[in-house]
Design a protein around this ligand. Structure first.
Ligand code: ARG
Length: 464
């Protein structure tokens, strides 16, 4: 007999003669982050165990002992009582090792017809399914906040910009509803990826399937999966569902970041359009007058790290041969940070938006500056039969006169305009105000107050 030369608790220790290098142990361990998968790990293990008993692969008595043991382990983990050890690598090993300590060698039967490869993929899919549902709920909360604010500001006039230059006046609600649309698509994206995410790898075992007569369909049904991964090698080796969640998260952060940028600008003294709630800002340790928009700034900043995680994940996966590779353990920290960061940012926005105070007069004044109704003047000429290009040229000359005389389009004398083009009549004055400009834009999806009210009701119905 060849007794083992070293004591090891490792569940794979049989063929090894030397202990693992201490730093290798720390370097390869994932328990400090994958412990967050413990609920999914135990839930999937319980169903797997029940299936083994149903199929007669293990006895009912053994299954009962394992299930009771797993219940105890779950309670210990919930209570934060488990001591994590790097020599036990990951959450799967911790659960199994603790189970063995509680119920003895029968614990070893749980891993029949299973591998950590299909186990970890199953845990992660279950976990991300829950997180995706949370993100969808978070998006809905942000959308509700936007709707509530928009409702108060249908007739609040905002300078709409392109190239960050004053372009055409718009309803503030219209602007807010643009974000409502973005977050709506973000929701669709998550719901779209969910059925692909919600397929079960368990039963693939290490990579090739198992000789035991398992019942994957039954397990999938018990775990709420919509289907099973059809190919055992694909089941354990792809992480495209992680990439999809990361991508959807990066897009959400991109939307939040653009909105953040606007809130930061609008709340500056240069714009003076809004004031953010105190509870979401901080002061300066040296400048007593300061109120800094830290929340939008941090959300804008954190969009970079979510995009970075997406890049890390895409890069980590490329070039991996089938099937499982340890590289894939590197999927967890990035995707956990993605769901934490996106979820946290959505929560902050949902809570901050209702506290935004709008300085309507400053917005309206800014909306009138910069000849924002020039397009309306050109459109007016078009209605008089002037080709748009010519109307554009005439209007440009009139704007030039305004600049020279320090006038706005609305207060430039009619005679001056008529001096540039005789086709301009007194009825032009009615089209040159910002309200007229907004309300002229009745096209579907446009900013006319009536259209915005319709869009608001549609949005309400959509959210239910
Ligand atoms: N901690 C591992 C991971 O996250 C679990 C799977 C390990 N499988 C293996 N054959 N070493 O990927």
């Amino acid at each position: 007999m060849n007794p083992k030369p070293h004591a090891s608790d490792k569940l794979w220790g049989g063929r090894f003669q030397e202990p693992t290098n201490a730093f290798v142990e720390r370097f390869t361990a994932s328990i400090h982050y994958d412990s967050r998968l413990f609920r999914e790990d135990i839930r999937a293990s319980m169903v797997h165990c029940q299936m083994l008993a149903r199929q007669g692969i293990i006895s009912q008595e053994d299954a009962a002992a394992i299930l009771a043991g797993l219940e105890t382990v779950r309670g210990e983990l919930e209570a934060g009582q488990m001591v994590f050890r790097t020599d036990l690598e990951d959450i799967h090993m911790h659960v199994e090792s603790r189970l063995r300590a509680l119920i003895g060698p029968v614990a070893g039967k749980l891993h029949t017809a299973r591998s950590r490869n299909d186990q970890v993929a199953t845990d992660l899919r279950l976990y991300l399914r829950g997180e995706v549902d949370e993100l969808v709920a978070g998006l809905i909360r942000v959308q509700r906040s936007l709707l509530a604010l928009a409702q108060d500001h249908v007739e609040t006039i905002l300078p709409g910009t392109t190239h960050m230059q004053n372009a055409q006046p718009v309803s503030l609600a219209h602007h807010l509803l643009a974000y409502f649309e973005m977050f709506g698509r973000d929701r669709e994206r998550l719901l779209g990826l969910r059925p692909r995410l919600n397929r079960m790898p368990l039963g693939a075992a290490a990579l090739a399937g198992t000789p035991f007569p398992i019942d994957r369909e039954w397990v999938a049904g018990q775990l709420g999966f919509e289907g099973i991964c059809a190919n055992s090698m694909d089941a354990v080796s792809d992480r495209d569902f992680v990439l999809e969640v990361a991508f959807a998260g990066a897009v959400i952060m991109g939307h939040l970041s653009r909105f953040s940028e606007e809130l930061i600008l609008w709340s500056s003294s240069f714009f003076g359009f809004i004031e953010l709630p105190d509870a979401f800002c901080t002061g300066s340790s040296i400048m007593p007058q300061k109120k800094n928009p830290d929340v939008p700034e941090l959300v804008r900043g954190k969009s970079g790290r979510v995009t970075g995680h997406l890049m890390a994940l895409l890069t980590m996966m490329k070039g991996l041969p089938l099937a499982y590779n340890r590289d894939m353990q590197e999927d967890k920290e990035p995707i956990f940070d993605v769901v934490d960061t996106v979820g946290g940012s959505l929560r902050l926005f949902a809570d901050m938006i209702p506290g935004i105070r709008v300085h309507k007069e400053n917005m309206a004044t800014a909306a009138a500056a910069g000849f924002t109704t020039a397009t309306d003047l050109a459109d007016y000429l078009v209605r008089k039969g002037v080709p748009f290009r010519e109307a554009h040229e005439i209007t440009g000359r009139i704007v030039r006169l305004c600049i020279d005389d320090n006038k706005t389009l609305a207060n430039l004398p009619l005679a001056t305009m008529q001096g540039v083009d005789g086709r301009i009549d007194a009825d032009v004055l009615a089209v040159l105000t910002v309200e007229a400009s907004i309300n002229a834009r009745q096209s579907l999806g446009g900013t006319a107050f009536a259209r915005v009210r319709e869009a608001l009701s549609t949005a309400m119905v959509e959210l239910g």
